[in-house]
Structure formats: structure tokens, C-alpha cells
Design a protein around this ligand. Structure first.
Ligand code: SF4
Ligand code: SF4
Ligand code: FES
Length: 273
């Protein structure tokens, strides 16, 4: 994409206005200041021209993940997208995320993601490390390499832009068959934890639907935290699922990836949107 740097001036915005029943892009024009981001512009429109414009934001520091929108057709954080990094010759379009139900204007209902999250058993220490079973000082030490590998995934700010861009959710609307990339990284971070005692690989494959991912890497491209979702989480998990389920030599040797981990409690099917 071409980048045109400007020092303020008049800019045109087209902001989606409407609800689930109807809506359209509405034109606005405003005077901008150097360094403004799209969220500044939208809030200025709200202040001066459209006080009923619905927009969600909290931190204005690219850390809370609440201002996700589709800017010029691509998922981005409004508070991290500078106006002078967008082509000056055309109006800037600002639309709500399409993968989730619209509430109003730029605000979508992302609660499906929280229902998916509830399906995932949180970190559970291996049986020999659980409280009351003679845990000693140092038993919870892990290698720095393991920490480094998992910490990338902990940077997630739950903006859900990776979910929004994933064609399985966005275009094919398979919310009841695929957890989406955000939850693939959550499950990967648990699966890679050397002290975790739960085997979630069947869940990743069945309810999680990892087989539907065809590694297009669109999720990685939009992640504001630069998490390598596909290379570092989804691909290794796919390999581990295949090893666990289909590698005859590992089975003969008794070395399946999650040997010794317990199955998670019974879980319900993948939530509907
Ligand atoms: S790589 Fe997989 S999870 Fe990511 S956007 Fe593509 S299909 Fe979706
Ligand atoms: S993985 Fe990246 S894009 Fe996806 S929710 Fe987390 S921060 Fe957002
Ligand atoms: S307002 Fe918090 S990430 Fe944009």
C-alpha cells in the first residue's frame, strides 16, 4: 500500500453507521492535526458532528484491544493507525469487524470469543505438582527456552482481529466448528507448557477444528503484537495432533506428544455465534 505523509489538513472519512437491520457508509470531513490516528478522527467526528456515533475504545495505547475496526478494508486498531499512513487522495473508510454480529455503528458483539475461551481448561499443574502432593521448592522451575517460546503468545491483547480476518469465521461463518487463531495460540501456549498436565490435543482437533486452517497466514499479518500465529502455534499444533493420532512408530514406542497428561473435563460442543 502506498503511504502518503501529510501534516494535517482536511481529510474525508466514511464511517459505517447502522445496526443489524440496515446501515451505510456515511461521509464526514474534518480538519486534522499532525500525528492524528483514526481513533482521534472518529472521536472528533463523534464530538463535533455525530454525537450518537457508537465506537468502543479504552486505552488509546494499542494495549486493550477494544478499538478494532476495518480501516480501508483491513482489520486494524484505530488507535494505532495514523492518518498520515493512509492514502491522502481517497476517503478513509472505517467499518466494524465483519466476523461478529453488529451491535451498532463500529461496535460488534465479540462475546462468542469469551464463550470459546470458557471451553479451554486453564493451566493445570501436572499431577505430581498439585497442591498437597509433596511439592518442593524448585519443582516449578522451567527452562528459559520454554518461557521464551510461550511468552510470545502471552502478548495477545484479545483484539480479535485475527479472528476477524480468518476466512473460516469471516466468510464461511464456521464459528461452530473452529475456535479461530486467537484460541489456537492459547491452546498452543498451554500445550507447550512443560508443567501443564492436561492433554488438549483431541480438543484442538475436534471441537477446536484446527484441521480447517489452511495456513493462509492472514491472521499473522494483522496481529498488532506481531505474534507468529501460524508458524509458531498452529503449524506445531497440527504436527502434534498428527503425531498423537496417526504416527504408528510413536505409538509403538509409547512416546506420543502428551503422554502422561490427563484428558480435560467433559466440554460442550463449539459455541454457536
Ligand atoms: S492461517 Fe489459519 S487461522 Fe490464520 S487466517 Fe488462515 S485459515 Fe485462519
Ligand atoms: S493473536 Fe494478535 S490479532 Fe489475535 S487477538 Fe491476539 S493480539 Fe489480536
Ligand atoms: S483503544 Fe485500546 S487498543 Fe485501541
Amino acid at each position: 500500500m502506498s503511504e502518503t505523509l501529510t501534516a494535517g489538513g482536511t481529510r474525508k472519512l466514511q464511517i459505517w453507521r447502522g445496526d443489524l437491520t440496515s446501515g451505510e457508509l456515511v461521509d464526514y470531513e474534518l480538519e486534522t492535526e499532525p500525528g492524528m490516528v483514526v481513533l482521534d478522527a472518529v472521536l472528533e467526528v463523534q464530538r463535533s458532528q455525530a454525537p450518537d456515533l457508537a465506537v468502543r475504545w479504552n486505552c488509546k495505547a494499542a494495549k486493550c484491544g477494544s478499538c478494532s475496526a476495518e480501516i480501508n478494508g483491513k482489520p486494524r486498531l484505530m488507535c494505532k493507525t495514523r492518518l498520515d499512513h493512509l492514502p491522502a487522495e481517497e476517503p478513509i473508510t472505517v467499518e466494524p469487524m465483519r466476523a461478529f454480529p453488529l451491535i451498532r455503528d463500529l461496535v460488534t458483539d465479540v462475546s462468542w470469543n469469551y464463550r470459546v475461551n470458557e471451553q479451554i481448561t486453564p493451566f493445570t499443574p501436572r499431577e505430581n505438582l498439585r497442591e498437597g502432593i509433596d511439592v518442593k521448592d524448585g519443582d516449578f522451575l522451567i527452562d528459559q527456552a520454554d518461557t521464551d517460546r510461550m511468552s510470545e503468545f502471552r502478548k495477545c491483547i484479545e483484539c480479535f482481529m485475527c479472528q476477524d480476518v480468518c476466512h473460516i469465521l469471516r466468510d464461511h461463518r464456521m464459528h461452530n466448528r473452529y475456535y479461530g487463531p486467537r484460541f489456537m495460540i492459547r491452546m498452543a501456549s498451554l500445550d507447550m507448557h512443560p508443567l501443564d498436565g492436561v492433554d488438549r490435543l483431541d480438543q484442538v482437533a475436534d471441537e477446536g477444528g484446527i484441521g480447517l486452517c489452511n495456513i493462509t497466514k492472514c491472521c499473522t499479518e494483522v496481529c498488532p503484537e506481531n505474534i507468529h500465529i501460524t508458524d509458531n502455534a498452529i503449524i506445531p499444533m497440527k504436527e502434534r495432533v498428527v503425531d498423537q493420532r496417526h504416527d504408528p512408530f510413536l505409538k509403538i514406542l509409547g512416546r506420543t506428544p502428551n503422554k502422561g497428561r490427563v484428558k480435560p473435563p467433559a466440554r460442550s460442543s463449539t459455541p454457536e455465534l
